[in-house]
Design a protein around this ligand. Structure first.
Ligand code: PBG
Length: 324
């Protein structure tokens, strides 16, 4: 035999030299759930190890994460029912706890990269990402609300906006609102290929944001479709996105690779709540080695072509690895 591939696997030193992909803290964004109040910390039964935190505790959490080498955080608000209405009014009220907390977080940690979510669902009494009329999700009327929300978030000083709503034309609309109001430096990480997935349920538990009727299939993509991801990517690129995101990640590695091979923009992948919970549950049962499978999963997402991974494992990964 002239070729013996096992020669390149014979020692740890050689294996390390020929390693093609690595994951580091620098690649990761840690999603965090914010609640109103002080000294509040509540568990999410479907997401072991993840908590909703009030801003004082979130500042501590971010500080710990920064010390572990994590630098990017995506902050989502868990909104009480009494603040929800059908036009998501609280999403652009500068006195609302989410926007006030973002300001405080940026002020305390200017070096951290703070990302926000642009979509109506956490603030909507309908639990949908867009305005609802007669059971339908309105597109263009929703853009106006998303624009206000994006501007209000930009005004807090955050670094990256994450439009997760999947309305048509929202990247261009938001880019224009930002630019005409002096926020040309605020980035947009577009949820470009966001699929109507069963893997979001634990997240909806965390935010109590499940749709009150129907599903999200008229705006999120059909899991059966691949080419359609390229249509979305082309539009988001033309409209001014700085990053293209694929979501979920594990069941959509082919889509990550597709976007990677067809765009020069950085590609992000969202390793979503259900993907996290599935691994946690198996590890808690002793069926899988949780630490090993976490690392293998993140590696597979990088190998598929993602530059950036949003993952609930971020802190655990950072705490258990010295790769930086
Ligand atoms: C809301 C939003 C969702 C997620 C991120 N932003 C849920 C949804 O679309 O219903 C899911 C994240 C996760 O499951 O971890 N627009």
């Amino acid at each position: 035999m002239n070729q013996r591939p096992r020669r390149n696997r014979k020692s740890e030193a050689i294996r390390a030299m020929v390693e093609e992909t690595t994951v580091s803290q620098r690649d990761l964004i840690f999603p965090l759930f914010l609640i109103e109040g002080k000294s509040q910390k509540t568990g999410i039964s479907s997401m072991p190890g993840i908590f909703r935190l009030s801003v004082d505790l979130m500042l501590k959490e971010i500080e710990e994460c920064l010390n572990l080498g994590l630098r990017a955080f995506d902050i989502f608000p868990a909104v009480e029912d009494k603040w929800k209405d059908n036009t998501a009014t609280k999403s652009y009220d500068p006195d609302f706890f989410y926007l006030k907390a973002l300001k405080e977080i940026k002020k305390r940690f200017p070096e951290a990269c703070i990302m926000t979510d642009v979509a109506m669902d956490p603030y909507s009494s309908d639990g949908h990402d867009g305005l609802v009329k007669d059971g339908k999700i309105l597109n263009d009327e929703t853009l106006e609300i998303l624009g206000r929300m994006a501007l209000a978030q930009a005004e807090t000083g955050i670094d990256v906006l994450g439009p997760s709503d999947m309305m048509d034309g929202r990247i261009g609309y938001i880019r224009k609102v930002l630019d005409t109001n002096g926020f040309a430096e605020v980035s947009i990480m577009s949820y470009t290929a966001k699929y109507a997935s069963g893997f979001y349920n634990p997240f909806r538990d965390a935010l109590d944001s499940a749709p009150k009727f129907g599903d999200k299939k008229t705006y999120q993509m059909n899991p059966a479709n691949r080419r359609e991801a390229l249509i979305e990517a082309t539009l988001d690129t033309a409209e001014g996105a700085d990053f293209l995101m694929v979501k979920p990640a594990m069941a959509y590695l082919d889509i990550i690779r597709l976007i990677r091979d067809n765009s020069s923009l950085p590609v992000a992948a969202y390793n979503v709540s259900g993907e996290y919970s599935m691994i946690k549950a198996a590890a808690q049962n002793g069926w899988l080695d949780g630490d090993r499978v976490m690392k293998e999963t993140l590696l597979s997402i990088k190998r598929a072509g993602a530059d950036v991974i949003l993952t609930y494992f971020a802190k655990e990964f950072a705490a258990s690895t010295n790769r930086y």
